[in-house]
Design a protein around this ligand. Structure first.
Ligand SMILES: C[S@@+](CC[C@H](N)C(=O)[O-])C[C@H]1O[C@@H](n2cnc3c(N)ncnc32)[C@H](O)[C@@H]1O
Length: 276
């Protein structure tokens, strides 16, 4: 892209970012500007538009375009321990607090849900993080993770628990040596991890959620939903959590304002909340 053209487009990017945040609650300022520009560029070109202002107007007249835009930004992307700062808090605060409260009442069963788990990297990361905690010993940890998605093909990949070797780098060394067996091109997640995860198809708008949960991860899923839909699904999560249970949203996703009042923030920056 020509420099002059780049400057003209950047100048008008702010109203577009505000519009997307207002309408979808997606905070694109979290992404690198060059990345957003590149991805938006593909949509503008596909539509034959040349300015962000035209694109704002197009989004207002054709709201279906939001889905295409957000697809262009995120696709079905997922990874092991995606967004490390979030996992630092999950490992350093959330998991220890859940386990300590279980220990205090002498009851070690932990129930978690990865909602919108795509190809399974997120729920497997969650189990590895729990098993890596010092207490209780892995054999005493009764952890059951329900992992759900709308997409049955993604879930098939997830259940296979076999991944391209290129993804291995994202798993921290300690977990890699403990929970993974690899050959030259692929690696497999060990049964100690996989046996704690149950996959099933679930539409967040239509199907009954698992209940009495200690932890829900629903990251990079709200981007597909309108504000009203986000509100509804946040209500579902509130109902599905036990008292004191945690909810983790994606880094670009804002807690909805109405239902948000019934959660307290653990880390607003990393979008981690707790049901009081
Ligand atoms: C970008 S992936 C997120 C994967 C993972 N949570 C992460 O953050 O890395 C989004 C997933 O949400 C799923 N999804 C979209 N709408 C859904 C719905 N209504 N109910 C359940 N899952 C949905 C998609 O199929 C997709 O696999």
């Amino acid at each position: 892209m020509e420099d002059t053209e780049g400057v003209a487009l950047r100048g008008s990017l702010t109203p577009l970012i505000s519009q997307i945040e207002r309408e979808r609650g997606v905070d694109l300022s979290q992404y690198r500007e060059s990345y957003v520009e590149r991805r938006l560029g593909t949509r503008l070109r596909a539509l034959g538009l040349t300015t962000y202002r035209e694109y704002c107007a197009y989004l207002a007249s054709a709201p279906n375009e939001y889905a295409r835009l957000l697809d262009a930004l995120t696709v079905n992307v997922t990874d092991f321990f995606r967004d490390p700062p979030v996992w630092d808090i999950i490992r350093g605060e959330v998991i220890p607090s859940i386990l300590a409260e279980k220990a205090a009442v002498g009851h070690h069963a932990v129930r978690a849900w990865s909602a919108g788990c795509a190809t399974g990297e997120e729920p497997y990361s969650m189990v590895m993080a729990f098993l890596a905690a010092r207490n209780p010993k892995p054999e005493r940890l009764l952890l059951s993770v329900t992992a759900t998605d709308l997409d049955p093909i993604a879930l098939k990949t997830a259940a296979r628990a076999e991944y391209d070797i290129a993804k291995l780098d994202h798993i921290p060394l300690a977990e890699r040596s403990r929970f993974v067996t690899a050959d030259e091109r692929h690696f497999r997640i060990s049964p100690e991890v996989t046996e704690r995860v149950r996959f099933r198809t679930l539409d967040l708008f239509a199907d009954e959620p698992p209940l009495a949960l200690d932890l829900i991860l629903c990251r990079n899923v709200f981007i597909y939903f309108t504000r009203e839909q986000q509100e509804r699904v946040t209500g579902v999560f509130h109902r599905a959590l036990a008292k004191g249970g945690y909810l983790v949203l994606g880094r670009t996703e804002k807690m909805s304002t109405i239902v948000g009042k019934s959660f307290e923030a653990v880390s607003s920056r990393e979008r981690i909340y707790r049901k009081p």
